[in-house]
Ligand binder design. Structure first.
Ligand code: GLN
Length: 492
């Protein structure tokens, strides 16, 4: 079986029909990952022995004709998910010595389903970034062009899926960290509704925005994975109890009459001409499938980036106060008293971007500024949510670009944090409103770099969203393209 072209369904069929074993499949992916990791930097940790223990156990289950759809399939996990016995760094020196003593709920779900942990993927430090340049473990390269960023913060997961080093990868999205790297690396990604996936054991950045999700080549693969991942968990107070759902339920439903809302604000200046053209072509494809176009307004969308950069740092400054060098994580070698130990440990353990966020967050929460910044941002967040709710009275799905431009070269935005923050201009509003959204491959720009189409649905509308993406993938092949870099064609 050619690993460049295989869907999860084909892998599952191959395992069940004994065409190959989970050990063989895992070895094939591990070999690929091992060879390409030096250049691409996708994985912070690979631990073949541990992976193969799970693969052997999966083979035993399969031999007894037990297990589920994911049994025996290797999955890469973003290094933000606590994974028992595995180094779990969150891309930071602060956690560079942290072996998680327990599993995040997401990891438990995949383990129980018989998935094989392939490795832990690289990411921007504490998920703060849009280019994967802030990781303590070095940059991840975009497999479509090694001089370009893969996007962030889940750049490791995106590049690993793009280079077909993993058939499925978990990730997290606070302001775009699944969709933006998925777009820049030419893979499909889903950020579920806030509350759909447990945050238990997912290292906290901005808790009211963080949500775990997935990346894979196709929407069908994502539906497969989301069925495992989406689950009520009483250990996460914001987890929402919902009846179990089949995320393939709408796959055969025709798109006739589907109302696609195009936000005027997502097609203005600043959007690359190639991106705008790809969006037009995607829209025409949808119209051929029977969908109709509706122009909509999201009047407060230009406020989403400023609002996010008040709220996310505020929550981060609180969440990251736990790293004090006392109980776990990085501790400075030299210090006089306790205060100095904490101060030095944090000074040494955190990188520049994380410090910038903590400072901003402490500032907007401080007495005298709280009302002017934090409270005001909360009010505008409500307006942004209302914009989306009103838009969904006129349309079934919102469509637009995931990012204003394709991947940019390394260093292009590192000197100017505001330029970097603007990379997420089309993705952040979704997190502020708690909505589900996807990015799917929709073409290539002039330099041969992938472009992403964003689809946004109403709360808990994942099944429809996945089906809308799937229909498009039945009539296009952007999601099947693999970078030359990956096209080694290894077989199992
Ligand atoms: N780029 C945004 C940030 O740096 C979003 C990151 C994310 O979604 N985790 O905060």
């Amino acid at each position: 079986m050619n690993l460049d072209r295989t869907s999860l369904r084909e892998l599952a069929d191959g395992l069940r029909s004994r065409e190959f074993s989970s050990v063989e499949l895992t070895q094939a992916y591990l070999e690929r990952a091992h060879h390409q990791n030096e250049t691409l930097g996708c994985f912070i940790t690979l631990d073949p022995e541990r992976s193969l223990i799970q693969a052997r156990a999966a083979d035993q289950r399969l031999a007894r004709a037990e297990g589920g759809p994911l049994t025996g399939i290797p999955v890469a996990h973003k290094d933000i998910f606590c994974t028992a016995g595995w180094l779990t760094t969150c891309g930071s020196r602060m956690l560079s010595n942290f072996v998680a003593p327990y599993d995040a709920h997401v990891i438990t779900r995949f383990n129980e389903a018989g998935g094989v942990i392939l490795g832990k993927t690289n990411m921007d430090e504490f998920a703060m970034g849009s280019s994967n340049e802030t990781s303590f473990y070095g940059k991840v390269r975009n497999p479509w062009s090694l001089d370009h960023v893969p996007g962030g913060s889940s750049g490791g997961s995106a590049a690993a899926v793009a280079a077909r080093l993993a058939p499925l990868a978990t990730a997290s999205d606070t302001g775009g960290s699944i969709r933006q790297p998925a777009a820049l690396c030419g893979v499909s990604g889903i950020k579920p509704t806030y509350g759909r996936v447990s945050r238990y054991g997912m290292i906290a950045y901005a808790s009211s925005l963080d949500q775990g999700g997935l990346m894979a080549p196709s929407a069908a693969d994502l539906a497969w994975g989301l069925g495992i991942m989406a689950d009520y968990d009483e250990r996460d107070a914001t987890s929402v109890a919902r009846p179990e759902e089949d995320f393939f339920q709408d796959f055969e439903r025709p798109l006739t009459g589907l109302r696609i809302g195009l936000p005027r604000q997502y097609f203005g200046s600043g959007v690359d001409a190639d991106v705008a053209q790809a969006m037009e072509e995607a829209l025409r494809e949808y119209e051929r499938l029977g969908a109709v176009r509706v122009d909509i307004d999201l009047p407060h969308s230009d406020l989403s980036v400023p609002v996010y950069y008040v709220l996310a740092p505020a929550e981060a400054s609180s969440n990251l106060s736990r790293y004090d060098g006392v109980r776990y994580g990085w501790r400075a070698q030299q210090y006089g008293d306790l205060q100095e130990m904490i101060g030095r440990s944090r000074a040494e353990g955190f990188g520049a971007e994380v410090k910038r966020r903590i400072l901003t967050g402490a500032y907007v929460l401080s007495q005298g500024y709280y009302d002017a910044y934090y409270l005001q941002a909360q009010r505008v967040r409500r307006l942004i949510q209302q914009d989306f709710l009103q838009a969904f009275e006129q349309c079934d799905v919102i469509m637009g670009p995931t990012t204003p431009t394709p991947a940019f070269p390394f260093g292009a935005k590192t000197e100017d944090p505001v330029q970097m923050y603007l990379s997420d201009i089309f993705t952040i509003g979704v997190n502020l409103a708690g909505l589900p959204a996807m990015s799917i491959p929709a073409g290539f720009g002039a330099q041969g770099l992938p472009l992403g189409l964003q689809l946004i649905g109403p709360h808990f509308g994942e099944a429809r969203l996945l089906a809308v993406a799937h229909r498009y993938q039945q009539v296009t092949d952007w999601h099947r393209r693999v970078p030359v870099y990956a096209a080694a064609g290894e077989r199992v």
